[in-house]
Design a protein around this ligand. Structure first.
Ligand code: SF4
Length: 338
């Protein structure tokens, strides 16, 4: 494989075809970090309004450090994977407390809350020009196809990405990146190719700048083989307690929704009885069912409601998408019965 040609083609293609995104060309490391954290588990189109809203509210790392966690979660509301917001907030407080700017190397960045190898490499390469390969799902797919690997190990993919990056640095001036750092542009070019051309289904091999070097292009969908995701189903009961002055909400604990507010829920056998006992209620009225998927869990939620003296206004608290679905169902059902 002629590595130099491959890199030139891909970088040239990237300069011409990259999508215009609000964080592209951004030099502020905080903004680059925010975009990478958002993109960890959120699609680009969905991430854009959150990126803009978050920056409007917390324009600098220092502003984020000073904010209340509840305001941070409110700004993240609906974006999911709230551990990202909690960690970013913790990170800001940690860095600002030391009186220093964001660290510049991937090794130092990896020591910060919520920053894994991918995010550390992406930020260090894009914001600070460190020649370190960032491997996300897009890069894994592109490299698996390029080398026709069906079941590559994470190490194998990382090594291939590291080799390409090392060669790139070696070729240095022979490749052309007019508006960015070479390592940052290279990482983004690979990811962009995966996101827009070498897509999981029906990749556009005819328009691909690295097609001449691709060993997997005759059967791209074979590479890499799909990984089975074990998904556990959980039976859950949610109890919506409402009165004329508001809804009963409680602060959730735990890794997934911790820090957000929501309606009382219990899982497993006897869930409804436990909820009724907790609030000293005789009975609750069934409203309907809500289904909600987390990455590794499918929730089947039986929603009940009961009158209750409560004060919270759900508009004023950060709520998960799941809780908003539940409240919406109760509202729709009540309107239907009017
Ligand atoms: Fe992906 Fe096709 Fe390009 Fe190979 S030629 S990298 S399979 S889009």
């Amino acid at each position: 494989m002629d590595s130099l040609e491959l890199k030139k083609n891909l970088l040239e293609w990237y300069q011409l075809h990259k999508r215009k995104l609000p964080w592209r060309g951004e030099a502020d490391p905080y903004k680059i970090l925010l975009s990478e954290v958002l993109l960890q588990q959120t699609r680009v189109e969905q991430a854009i309004p959150y990126y803009q809203r978050f920056l409007h509210q917390f324009p600098t790392l220092a502003a984020l450090a000073q904010a209340d966690q509840e305001d941070v979660l409110k700004a993240w509301q609906g974006c999911g994977y709230y551990a990202r917001a909690r960690n970013l907030h913790k990170l800001a407080r940690q860095v600002v407390a030391l009186g220093q700017p964001l660290p510049q190397t991937s090794i130092e960045l990896r020591g910060l809350p919520g920053i894994g190898p991918y995010t550390a490499a992406a930020v260090a390469s894009i914001a600070f020009g460190e020649p370190v390969a960032a491997v996300d799902g897009n890069v894994r797919r592109v490299l698996s196809r390029l080398y026709a690997w069906e079941n590559p190990t994470p190490q194998q993919v990382q090594e291939a990405a590291d080799t390409l990056m090392a060669e790139l640095v070696y070729w240095g001036g022979e490749v052309n990146t007019p508006d960015g750092s070479l390592p940052g542009d290279w990482n983004q070019a690979l990811m962009e190719l995966g996101a827009t051309v070498c897509t999981p289904h029906n990749p556009s091999c005819g328009a691909c700048p690295v097609a001449p070097y691709c060993l997997g292009k005759s059967h791209p969908e074979r590479y890499p083989a799909a990984r089975a995701r074990p998904q556990k189903s959980l039976e859950v009961v949610a109890l919506v307690l409402q009165g004329p002055s508001g809804t009963y909400l409680e602060l959730r604990q735990g890794r997934v929704l911790g820090g957000l507010w929501g309606v009382p829920m219990e899982e497993g056998p006897g869930a409804l009885e436990r909820l009724l006992a907790r609030f000293r209620l005789e009975k609750a009225e069934p409203v309907g069912t809500v289904r909600h998927d987390f990455t590794h869990r499918k929730l089947n939620i039986q929603v009940y409601k009961a009158p209750y003296e409560a004060q919270e206004n759900p508009e004023h608290r950060p709520l998960s998408r799941l809780d908003r679905k539940i409240l919406k169902l109760v509202e729709t059902e009540s309107l239907r019965l009017l």
